[in-house]
Design a binder for this molecule. Structure first.
Ligand SMILES: [Zn+2]
Length: 314
């Protein structure tokens, strides 16, 4: 074991898992406060909403084992993936100390990520979890939760054997081969579509792909609030640079600076929903072509990797 585990602080906030539950998901969170406050919140038996997690990982990389994995800890709340609605029952939850999205949001330090990776690998092996069952809180509760956010390095984690990340290169090569095949087959050019129609088709396609991968998204054909929230959750996990790049283009030199720029906060509503990264979609609620194409490419790559798993546990 590469990391230090503290077992002297335990959380009373847990219960028995329901009988015959499979433990097959690993859920990542950030605490949005420092170590001391995190420990207090995750172990408080008197809170109005009692919460906990199986593990807490400090920025130093030290791990606090708060609840045994055999028990159902209370970290996910109202959440869903595919047709599974009770994620607390079938998951192990890791809380990671980080100030959270807001003025002090910052990258997760290497020591902390090393511990998250080592700890995760043990959990995944122990419960034989499928790689695509390693998810963020925002993936299973889009619109309600935004943790662990776009600075959490999912790509690095996947490179270290935890979770999956889209392989754009590989997917592009396959697609270009398919397109060439299609060109040979069709003699006529397809009719040019009216722009609006084209966008609507993109939205429908994106919704279907998101749903196929596991997200809870309506197949409405419009960019309703839930669809926007799910697209945002997807971007934070699988394409964070699409969100961060827009901030750079807006003249912000760093993420920290971007987050400190007050003008990005929209007045009214809860802070959690209207965090600054919401700006990745155009104001009118229409996806731009580049974002649509990027989303589709990444989703297809992920779904490909899912289909190619010999024993994909859907
Ligand atoms: Zn969370």
């Amino acid at each position: 074991m590469m990391y230090k585990v503290h077992t002297h602080i335990r959380s009373p906030n847990y219960e028995a898992r329901y009988p015959d539950t499979t433990i097959d998901f690993l859920i990542m969170h950030y605490t949005a406060c420092d170590l001391e406050a995190s420990l207090k919140i995750l172990t408080d038996p008197n809170a109005r909403h009692r919460v906990s997690a199986h593990y807490l990982v400090d920025e130093t990389g030290e791990v606090y084992a708060l609840v045994d994995e055999e028990f159902r800890s209370w970290h996910a709340g109202k959440s869903a993936w595919r047709d599974l609605a009770d994620m607390n029952s079938r998951s192990v939850g890791i809380e990671i100390v980080n100030p959270g999205q807001g003025p002090n949001y910052r990258p997760f330090p290497p020591l902390q990520m090393e511990s998250v990776a080592s700890l995760s690998k043990e959990i995944i092996t122990r419960w034989r979890m499928a790689p695509h069952h390693v998810l963020g809180h925002s993936d299973i509760a889009p619109g309600r939760k935004v943790d662990p956010g776009p600075l959490f390095d999912w790509k690095w984690l996947a490179g270290h054997g935890v979770g999956v990340y889209p392989d754009i290169q590989k997917n592009q090569e396959r697609q270009s081969r398919e397109w060439k095949g299609q060109e040979r087959k069709s003699e006529k050019e397809p009719l040019p579509l009216d722009k609006r129609k084209e966008k609507q088709l993109d939205i429908i396609r994106i919704q279907h792909l998101l749903a196929r991968y596991g997200y809870t998204v309506p197949l409405s054909g419009i960019l309703d609030p839930q669809t926007r929230a799910v697209i945002e959750a997807f971007q934070m996990h699988f394409w964070p640079e699409s969100i961060l790049e827009k901030f750079r283009l807006m003249g912000c030199r760093s993420v920290k600076e971007t987050l400190e720029s007050k003008s990005l906060y929209v007045d009214g509503g809860s802070r959690e929903r209207q965090h600054p990264f919401s700006l990745s979609l155009e104001d009118e609620g229409i996806l731009d072509g580049e974002t649509s194409a990027g989303l589709i490419r990444r989703l297809e790559s992920l779904i490909d990797s899912l289909d190619n798993q010999p024993c994909a546990n859907l």
